[in-house]
Ligand binder design. Structure first.
Ligand code: 6GU
Length: 239
């Protein structure tokens, strides 16, 4: 998977994704990441990339030409036109299924806006997907792009270790993860649940499933509407 991020703050992207699991995947070459500075494609000698909005109003608008220049430069490497994700609070809200779907692309381009937005004409020309990461307003698209790249990367085969991917199931059936415990067995007078020390694998699995169901019902009841539940699960929830 090759990620390209068109941004005015390329160092933010490289720093944010250069460590931990994404950092390891970048070193291994399982994913690649190129942060392209839109300013490098400004045609004027002061490298100016924004201007006043036609019609007036507050703030500045990112101009079409440098954004298009950056897009054309990354498209050079590709056999077919890539999907281009524009990060905007006006987009569809990002979710796990979207991450899984996007992880099947060979190349993905993320376009990060700043100021009051980007000239609509270049968006019409290149953007295929408008995506938001939630209903709140951020100062720019860089953090949302990093959020998406992290979530997509972990769905790319080979990015997670076997142990890490074994824990991936959780959100795929729309349930929250069960709680985890490690040593010591007693901490500040609080015990690890007995069943986890029993060595009885079937009981442990059942307990964990029930904890997932309970936790989802309490914290995110909205997820249960679309969760994949067995008859046994339903019986447990209705007790
Ligand atoms: Cl994708 N961009 C900005 N600027 N703010 C956001 C967002 C995106 N998603 C939620 N808030």
């Amino acid at each position: 998977m090759n990620f390209y991020v068109l941004t005015l703050f390329p160092e933010m992207i490289q720093q944010g994704l250069g460590t931990s699991i994404t950092g390891r995947a970048l070193e291994k070459g399982t994913i690649s990441l190129e942060a392209v500075n839109i300013r490098d494609y400004a045609e004027n000698k002061h490298h100016k990339v924004d201007d006043y909005p036609y019609g007036g109003g507050a703030g500045m608008v990112m101009q079409a030409a440098p954004v298009y220049g950056a897009y054309e430069a990354v498209k050079e490497n590709m056999a077919s036109p890539p999907r281009v994700v524009y990060l905007t609070p006006q987009g569809q809200v990002f979710h796990q299924k979207m991450a899984e779907e996007l992880a099947r692309e060979e190349n993905l381009v993320f376009l990060c806006g700043h100021y009051e937005g980007i000239d609509e004409r270049v968006l019409e020309e290149i953007v295929t997907d408008y995506v938001s990461i939630g209903d709140y307003v951020l100062t720019g698209g860089e953090l949302p792009a990093m959020v998406m790249i992290d979530a997509i990367s972990r769905m790319v085969p080979g990015v997670l270790s076997n142990e890490e991917s074994a824990r991936t199931e959780s959100f795929s059936d729309n349930l929250l993860e069960h709680p985890q415990y490690s040593r010591p067995e007693v901490w500040r007078g609080k015990n690890v649940p007995q069943v986890l020390l029993s060595g009885h694998h079937a009981n442990i699995e059942r307990w964990r499933r029930e904890q997932s169901l309970l936790r989802t019902a309490v914290r995110r009841p909205d997820l249960l509407e679309t969760a994949v539940l067995s008859e046994k699960d339903k019986k447990y929830l209705h007790e």
